[in-house]
Design a protein around this ligand. Structure first.
Ligand code: IMP
Ligand code: MG
Length: 187
């Protein structure tokens, strides 16, 4: 159990407001529209964390595109990513010869995306790029960088707009930092 006081009461401070997120996601959408014009790319949503970002980003995309969804989880201890990815739900479509954009919530150690991209590369897409809403470069444990980044953030654990702590807080419309007592008193 985590020591919850109320959805918004659990937040220490808002790191990125709804307005900041909306404005930046529109910019990313405009940039992707230009970069992929005429290429009919597949936007690949990494469930579940990317779901809100994905919904907003794809609606800012002003050219033909397709959607697909993949659900992955990492093996290893609860809080620590091992980087070995298990695919819980694979893509429905073939990505061979297609321009693929992986849409993720956050790049932290980078191990998850490092593994996912190596799995997807074996399917021989025409191109494979990563867009992350958030990037925590201080935490990187392997040589990978997202091709498109919404915001570079400090090394803080954040929730909201798809990001969770123990499955909760994904529905917050902003991105915030949890009060330490929410998780330090967790049993
Ligand atoms: P990585 O393999 O260490 O880059 O881990 C990436 C995954 O860890 C993300 O897709 C998130 O699910 C999770 N994650 C990393 N940092 C945070 C955070 O600050 N809040 C919520 N989830 C996070
Ligand atoms: Mg995730």
């Amino acid at each position: 159990m985590i020591n919850k006081m109320g959805l918004t009461e659990d937040i220490k401070y808002v790191l990125l407001s709804e307005e900041q997120i909306r404005a930046r996601v529109k910019e990313l959408g405009a940039q992707l529209t230009e970069d992929y014009r005429g290429k009919n790319p597949i936007f690949l949503c990494v469930l579940k964390g990317a779901v809100n970002f994905y919904a907003d980003l794809t609606r800012s995309m002003g050219d033909y595109m397709e959607m697909d969804f993949i659900s992955i989880s990492s093996y290893g201890a609860a809080q620590k990513t091992s980087g070995i990815v298990r695919i819980n739900k694979d893509l429905d479509s073939s990505i061979t010869g297609r321009h693929v954009i992986i849409v993720e919530d956050i790049m932290d150690s980078g191990l998850t995306l490092n593994h996912l991209t190596s799995v997807l590369r074996t399917r021989e897409p025409a191109s494979l790029k990563i867009v992350c809403l958030l990037d925590k470069p201080e935490r990187r444990e392997c040589a990978i960088t997202p091709d498109y980044v919404g915001f570079v953030i400090p090394n803080e654990f954040v929730v909201g707009y798809g990001l969770d702590f123990a499955g909760t807080y994904r529905n917050l419309p902003f991105i915030g930092v949890l009060k330490p007592e929410v998780y330090t008193e967790a049993k």
